[in-house]
Design a protein around this ligand. Sequence first.
Ligand SMILES: Nc1ncnc2c1ncn2[C@@H]1O[C@H](COP(=O)(O)OP(=O)(O)OP(=O)(O)O)[C@@H](O)[C@H]1O
Length: 217
Amino acid sequence: MTTPVLHALGLRRRFRHPSGDVEVLRGLELSVDAGELVTVSGRSGSGKSALLALLGGFDEPDAGRVLLAGEPIDGAPPWHTCAVLPQALGLAQELTVAENVALPLRLRPSGDDVERRVGELLDLLGVAHLADRYPGEVSFGQQQRVALARAVSGRPKVLLTDEPTAHLDAASTPAVLGLLRRCAAEGAAVIVATHDDAVHAIADRRVRLADGVLSTV
Ligand SMILES: Nc1ncnc2c1ncn2[C@@H]1O[C@H](COP(=O)(O)OP(=O)(O)OP(=O)(O)O)[C@@H](O)[C@H]1O
């Protein structure tokens, strides 16, 4: 039996609110293999982003654990192990588009020619002409594609993305879908939280988050 790249066991997460606590995750289980693309659906507020934060090591569960290649995570792993594309994007505002995408490769060389890898990803996502601009000088939908390029540039073993097509028009979406599929084809475990049926359509497996647990769609 092979070890899943990403394995969540019995995850529980409760948020405290003055009006009453909310238990968002209630013993959630998830296992994703290398090369698998899994989409997570669920109503707004069902806990998709909270789940990604736990899987990416940005938040800690109240109970349960997350294993990466069989080992418990201890905080957020490095980008080449697990890359996260949050809804807020998190681009470095003082770096250009190209410098943002190059960052994971500068921090840990992957053997790729940096200029070539960055150029190829920006070109693929239709934002190559913005390479020398700063994030504040491009639209939010363009920033979203830049942030995806940055997330994948270091060839992470796990890619977690939150609503990666939320700000895109129909013409820009296929390139993003193609890149997500390509990451999986190159061996990454890809998990996408989304409301977009076009993203669900390219999944190997679809799960739905409701009442704090996942079920297969
Ligand atoms: N840091 C936090 N503190 C308190 N409550 C939180 C926190 N993060 C999330 N929540 C609450 O947890 C629930 C799940 O939020 P989450 O953002 O994970 O939902 P979601 O499924 O990603 O929603 P959407 O589809 O709208 O992005 C919501 O009720 C939210 O208010």
